[in-house]
Design a protein around this ligand. Structure first.
Ligand code: BEZ
Length: 403
């Protein structure tokens, strides 16, 4: 973890004296952190991600993706070198504000990249709104970040929690799965994923027999699996991710349900866990904005380069990290490294077209990706694409007011 003092140079002093002349001594001291950031030699980039716990491998994949995208373009942002900072957020919502403040107040980052867990994201959102620091969300799908609590300086490169599940209803009904049980970790990610599933499935004519849940990151699934067996639905639909998803897939098969009740979910269920889950994952159907097997030159080139560099296969989290790096490059290059030029920076981020391994995507007005959702099935240890389940799907952005 780095914590070096800010560079002191003539240009910084000039900015300080101009600031003091314009606004008076009292207000000038309030502006100090932003002024200092604008003139630092290196761009200060902070990662706030889980590096321990059930989402640890998601955090690593995101960081890999960000670094890879920037390294591919010479390792600089708008011509400036980068100083990296890291905080392990442990997927712990109660420490969200404190951890984000470490990066923003202590390390004085110009951009905060984080995080994975929706509850932790709410802490980052508060710090981002209060400080005005550029906040790039590489995973957490919590609705509020790009709905009621949206902000000019907050941009998401992943999804909202209900985006992938909004694509589930129709393909399930097309397969004649009319009665489903929903199961999730009970926190914003699972609850909001349920909203997308509920809306699309009931609109397509499906019936939700029961919605079940357990606290995050609990993985004691046995009692719930027994209940599911007794309910005998046509399908089980769920939100789980990371190490917990691998455990759920194996427990589902071990309970004898795999060949009796088809398992569906948002694609996080089968992302980055297929080696760990093994044959138990075969046949699981999901919807997601990415698939390993997307047959495009862009995806193939990305996958080969990532595997070579990190000696592991990329997943959706690596793609989201990679696109976060691409977005940051687009913004920083547009303002020639002057990240303090907020209006021009935000405009560049709003209008960027990201040439992603998932397919090209753009930002919605509320700063969330407008993107295709793919229908996928696990086949021979890979997420195979069956087709596009929803084209250019945008989140509603309800309640977001950005001028
Ligand atoms: C979330 O908490 O927003 C989340 C975590 C893992 C995968 C997807 C969403």
């Amino acid at each position: 973890m780095n914590s070096q003092p800010l560079a002191r140079g003539p240009s910084r002093r000039l900015m300080l004296s101009r600031g003091a002349a314009a606004v008076g001594a009292g207000t000038a001291s309030l502006l100090l952190p932003r002024i200092a950031r604008a003139q630092s030699g290196k761009v200060r980039v902070g990662f706030m991600l889980p590096y321990t716990g059930t989402y640890a491998q998601l955090g690593v994949a995101i960081e890999n993706g960000v670094r890879m995208a920037i390294a591919e373009k010479g390792g600089k942002l708008g011509g400036r070198e980068i100083e990296w900072f890291k905080v392990d957020d442990e997927s712990e919502p109660s420490k969200g504000v404190e951890n984000a403040s470490k990066l923003v107040q202590r390390d004085k980052v110009d951009v905060l990249i984080g995080t994975v867990h929706s509850g932790v994201q709410m802490g980052i959102q508060k710090v981002a709104r209060d400080s005005g620091v550029l906040s790039l969300i590489p995973n957490a799908g919590v609705h509020a970040a790009t709905r009621a609590l949206c902000a000019p300086n907050v941009f998401r490169t992943s999804f909202t929690n209900s985006q992938p599940t909004l694509a589930l209803g129709k393909p399930m009904m097309d397969k004649g799965l009319k009665r489903a049980v929903w199961l999730t970790w009970k926190y914003a990610a699972g609850d909001e994923a349920f909203e997308g599933f509920r809306d699309s499935y009931t609109q397509a004519g499906g019936t939700i027999v029961k919605a079940l849940g357990l606290p995050f990151p609990n993985v004691e699934f046995q009692a719930l699996l027994t209940e599911i067996a007794s309910l005998r639905p046509d399908a089980v639909v769920c939100f789980f991710a990371g190490a917990g998803a691998a455990k759920f897939i194996k427990d589902y098969a071990a309970a004898g349900l795999k060949d009796k009740i088809p398992l569906w979910g948002s694609g996080f269920l089968t992302e980055g866990v297929l080696d760990a889950a093994g044959p138990a994952a075969e046949g699981i159907m999901t919807t997601m904005h990415y698939a390993d097997a997307l047959d495009t030159p862009r995806n193939k080139q990305f996958r080969t380069a990532y595997a070579q560099q990190f000696k592991m296969q990329p997943d959706v989290y690596a793609v989201q990290g990679y696109d976060t790096g691409q977005l940051l490059l687009a913004g920083a290059n547009a303002v020639k490294g002057d990240l303090a030029s907020k209006a021009a920076l935000h405009k560049a981020l709003e209008t960027a077209v990201i040439d992603s391994p998932r397919g090209k995507w753009t930002m919605s007005r509320a700063h969330n990706p407008v993107q295709d959702m793919y229908l996928r099935v696990v086949e021979k240890g890979d997420n195979k694409v069956l087709g596009v389940a929803a084209k250019a799907l945008a989140d509603s952005g309800a309640g977001c007011r950005l001028t």
